[in-house]
Design a protein around this ligand. Structure first.
Ligand SMILES: Cc1cc2nc3c(=O)[nH]c(=O)nc-3n(C[C@H](O)[C@H](O)[C@H](O)COP(=O)(O)OP(=O)(O)OC[C@H]3O[C@@H](n4cnc5c(N)ncnc54)[C@H](O)[C@@H]3O)c2cc1C
Length: 202
């Protein structure tokens, strides 16, 4: 068998879901996905394509997905934030995915339920893909909201990206940028070096 991107993805999906969900023809099979980043949105799209009978519900609080890849180019002005932004409404409509526009609060694995505010969402299979978050308290002085806005990390694309770009553009000639590379493991090993190179070029 020739291993195409599609067959590879199907094999990976089938392995993850141990034949159960992908092979099932029951219209009632509910897959709930928490988080619509690359991980959650890709799972939603391909599960639906491989088995259109599945009911897929994506729980994601943001209006749009803003990609981290290429966000460094937004900071230095060679791309616009619109270029790396995709609306969840268009994505979910295109692929027939239900979208709950809110954050998941708790998971009850015994009852197979996710609580979202006052609502309860039942699932047969659950994918948990909320990404990472920041532990600001690990760095002295970064615990308060004002410091987090004044010193943007821009490792999460969106408002942080805009802030760092604004600061860069407001710098006087000869201004100094201090940058610290996170300790491994972090989610994009080349990201800081790419950023340093683009800043130097800017
Ligand atoms: C500057 C930079 C450049 C990068 N470049 C590349 C690259 O070139 N190539 C590459 O492969 N990777 C790159 N990466 C890494 C890549 O962006 C991440 O690995 C990827 O975004 C992780 O995807 P994810 O879906 O796991 O998490 P995320 O993208 O963080 O998505 C998680 C989603 O879950 C949602 N969520 C969180 N909590 C909840 C909740 N309680 N309920 C519901 N939803 C929730 C969030 O709103 C978010 O939309 C880069 C990263 C950075 C910072």
């Amino acid at each position: 068998m020739t291993l195409s991107r599609r067959t590879l993805m199907q094999a990976a999906g089938a392995g993850l879901f141990s034949q159960s969900v992908l092979a099932q023809n029951r219209a009632s099979t509910n897959v709930v996905i928490i988080g619509g980043g690359f991980a959650g949105a890709t799972a939603a799209k391909y599960l639906k394509r491989f088995n259109p009978r599945l009911s897929i519900t994506l729980i994601e609080p943001n209006d749009a997905f803003i990609m981290c890849p290429m966000s460094n180019r937004v900071i230095t002005g060679s791309m616009n934030i619109r270029d790396i932004t995709r609306a969840y409404s268009a994505f979910t409509t295109k692929y027939g995915i239900k979208w709950i526009h809110a954050a998941a609060d708790t998971i009850d694995p015994d009852k197979r339920q996710v609580r979202v505010g006052k609502d309860v969402v039942s699932y047969d299979k659950l994918i948990v893909a909320p990404g990472i978050d920041f532990n600001y308290d690990a760095i002295g002085g970064m615990g308060n909201a004002a410091a987090q806005l004044a010193i943007p990390h821009a490792w999460k694309a969106g408002e942080q990206t805009r802030r760092l770009k604004d600061q860069l553009y407001a710098m006087p000639p000869g201004g100094v940028i201090a940058m610290h590379i996170p300790k491994v493991p972090y989610r994009c090993p080349p990201g800081p070096y790419e950023r340093a190179s683009l800043l130097a070029n800017f």
